[in-house]
Design a protein around this ligand. Structure first.
Ligand SMILES: [Zn+2]
Length: 151
């Protein structure tokens, strides 16, 4: 086990790069689990639990740390929300905005899944909206807009 010198997150010995971007290859492994801070003095305070020896699931708790949230994460949430809202209201405005915000959010570290969902939802919405606009303007040929069985 070794600790990132930048953000303090614990990693397995074989972990080479911290999610915060710090190179961990030159960080020496720790000999034992980190010592938790002593509890505040007072009557009736139970003794501290023994330190956790097992391998920490760093990849699971890094996204939960509030300090890891970035503008990319905010844009991801906003982009996904805008993409979904664009299906019901002001799609010409919200769908491209949602697509752009989701693409920016995808470049961030966290919430990649939500960013991908926002990109897919927004992209499908943009295509559908463009098709509807072209269809309304009679810019699409009949063989494109018609199905197979009905015309
Ligand atoms: Zn780190």
């Amino acid at each position: 086990m070794k600790q990132c010198p930048t953000c303090g997150v614990l990693h397995a010995d074989e972990q080479a790069v911290c999610p915060c971007g710090t190179d961990l290859t030159h960080v020496p492994p720790m000999l034992s689990a980190p010592v938790p801070p002593p509890p505040p003095a007072g009557l009736g305070v139970p003794p501290a639990a023994p330190p956790f020896i097992g391998r920490p699931l760093a990849s699971e708790w890094v996204p939960l740390a509030p300090k890891e949230y970035t503008w990319a994460d905010i844009l991801t949430v906003l982009g996904f929300s805008a993409a979904v809202a664009g299906y019901f209201w002001a799609g010409v405005l919200l769908l491209p905005l949602g697509l752009i915000a989701s693409l920016i959010g995808f470049c961030g570290n966290n919430r990649r899944g939500l960013a991908v969902a926002g990109i897919v939802v927004a992209a499908i919405g943009v295509v559908l909206k463009i098709m509807m606009m072209l269809n309304e303007a009679n810019l699409l040929p009949y063989w494109f807009t018609d199905g197979i069985f009905f015309s």
